[in-house]
Design a protein around this ligand. Structure first.
Ligand SMILES: Nc1ncnc2c1ncn2[C@@H]1O[C@H](COP(=O)(O)OP(=O)(O)OP(=O)(O)O)[C@@H](O)[C@H]1O
Ligand SMILES: [Mg+2]
Length: 218
């Protein structure tokens, strides 16, 4: 997955897109890959995070909220490391263009019926294809309480509806917001802690899926 483009997207606001995008980028960066984040959200969450003390550990952050953001992603996918695109929590031409060319889409979902209903639009868009192309995607449960009934229920509901869900979850933990205060992620604060392990597991699953898809194409 050396230079894969991964887009984090859902039209449901506040579901954990920017948190997931920054955590994955820092994780891969710490692992020696040159990760880049393209911040396509006019709210500039990632740009503002990177302006804080820990500066996301030195991950390259590119700000581009225009409809040309996908071109910036392509330019940075130069063989050195993964490119992660953070998108706004609403439908935009910029996001659609990114979904059209990305290698993989991660759709964060909070385990509540309100959130699931709101992001079904995104999933339908992905399963029906964007301009005729159906990008590879997975949902990922965020802000979950381990082994809660609602998380299990939402996982089952999504799977049944034909929306694949990653096995790993981004459990609800206060360290995400605390780390963000310093412009960091859990992997920078406590490398072997529970949150950093959650992120590592998500990253490994994404890599495995990308490696399999590449092998199939080859
Ligand atoms: N696993 C988690 N545990 C605890 N808090 C979390 C977790 N993931 C995200 N959060 C918190 O939830 C809030 C929303 O997260 P975030 O900003 O990443 O969502 P978003 O989808 O990018 O929102 P927007 O649509 O506004 O861009 C933040 O305060 C963040 O710290
Ligand atoms: Mg965001």
């Amino acid at each position: 997955m050396t230079s894969s483009i991964i887009t984090v997207a859902t039209m449901k606001g506040g579901s954990g897109k920017s948190t997931l995008a920054s955590c994955l980028a820092v994780h891969w960066h710490l692992g020696g890959r040159r990760a880049t984040i393209i911040d396509t959200d006019p709210q500039r969450s990632i740009v503002r995070l990177a302006a804080r003390e820990r500066a996301l550990g030195g991950v390259t952050v590119v700000e581009d909220a225009t409809e040309e953001a996908w071109k910036a992603a392509k330019r940075h996918a130069n063989g050195f490391g993964p490119v992660i695109i953070d998108t706004p929590g609403f439908r935009s031409q910029s996001t659609l263009a990114c979904l059209f060319m990305t290698d993989f889409v991660l759709v964060p979902v909070k385990p509540s019926p309100f959130d699931v209903d709101r992001m079904v639009d995104t999933l339908n868009l992905l399963t029906n294809g964007v301009s005729g192309r159906r990008p590879l995607f997975r949902c990922v449960l965020t802000q979950t309480t381990r082994d809660s009934v609602i998380a299990k229920h939402v996982r089952a509901e999504l799977t049944e509806a034909g929306f694949p869900v990653l096995k790993s979850e981004m459990t609800n933990r206060v360290i995400y917001a605390e780390a963000a205060l310093w412009g960091a992620t859990p992997s920078l604060i406590e490398r072997t802690g529970a949150a950093a392990r959650d992120i590592a597991a998500i990253a490994d699953e994404v890599e495995d899926i990308l490696n399999v898809s590449r092998a199939v194409v080859a």
